[in-house]
Write a protein that binds this ligand. Sequence first.
Ligand SMILES: NC(=O)c1ccc[n+]([C@@H]2O[C@H](COP(=O)([O-])OP(=O)(O)OC[C@H]3O[C@@H](n4cnc5c(N)ncnc54)[C@H](O)[C@@H]3O)[C@@H](O)[C@H]2O)c1
Length: 308
Amino acid sequence: MKALVTGGAGFIGSHTVEKMLDKGWDVVVLDNLSTGLRDNVDARARFIELDIVDSKLSNIFAQEKFDYVVHLAAQTAVPYSIDHPDIDCKVNLLGLVNVLEACRHTSVKRVVFASSAAVYGDVDSLPVTEECTLNPTSFYGLTKLTSEKYLALYNQIHGVNYIAFRYANVYGERQGDGGEGGVVSIFTRKICLDQPVHIFGDGGQTRDFIYVGDVAEANCQALTAPQMAANRVYNISTQTQTSVNDLVELLAAAAGKQVDKIHAPARDGDIYHSMLSNQAAVEGLYWRPQMLLAEGLGRTYHSLKKMP
Ligand SMILES: NC(=O)c1ccc[n+]([C@@H]2O[C@H](COP(=O)([O-])OP(=O)(O)OC[C@H]3O[C@@H](n4cnc5c(N)ncnc54)[C@H](O)[C@@H]3O)[C@@H](O)[C@H]2O)c1
């Protein structure tokens, strides 16, 4: 089976591509290398350098006749979306529509889409389920929520089959420090350089950290999940809360170092607690996170330490 992975030169994309190739997929990666790296792309995959908003996308779909699409390419930085809502909108919405138009004209069998926990905004109770009220507090969260609605309507009007995932805070090897969920990557870089880590607020704020290999596995499973599991949204998370203070301790243990913490004022608009329910994915897709946080953080630290 032939699949296209947009954003396959990025963090989650490169892990997804590797896993798909290991499972025997014929994979084509399409990426404009704005944040991704050519070196991240597995040599077994074919690479096309192109922007997802480019009109040439339809020709590529017509020539290649993909069976499946994993759409991960996006503007991924929350603060950037506040300062540049136009670019966030162009890449995340016009880019998605360009991909969906190409999918419907070439009868792609399923689109797997990367949405985000950012669609929820502030919530009253935890764990956050897919049915919770959606109140994004950034333009990035808004374009992800609107993307989910585009997918639902493309399914209703044109029969485009999809599965959308709201990932929690993804971490692991090859993560950049610019996009979403970068706290692990930022802290790990500081620890590698023997520098203190800066914590906004008291460090008691919690996040749901999910290992990138578990996210890549969810993306793979979604491609072949039965039809009855499709055309809906799932959280992809560990359903566990870890405080930022505990995260620093776990990273310090992985590095075998003492880590100094510097506390800065809490940032306006930061959510204090976050944890997503993963019951729907466990029951509907038979997916379950496998990686323990301490081990995943250890892998992340050691891979970053090896980098020049
Ligand atoms: N990392 C997280 O914690 C997290 C959480 C929730 C959702 N997501 C979503 O997962 C997806 C992958 O994120 P990531 O963390 O791997 O980020 P990333 O920046 O590493 O990957 C994004 C990839 O898309 C490419 N890209 C960006 N704009 C493009 C365009 N216009 N045309 C073609 N390619 C383009 C980049 O070059 C990069 O390779 C994104 O859709 C992101 O919004 C990530």
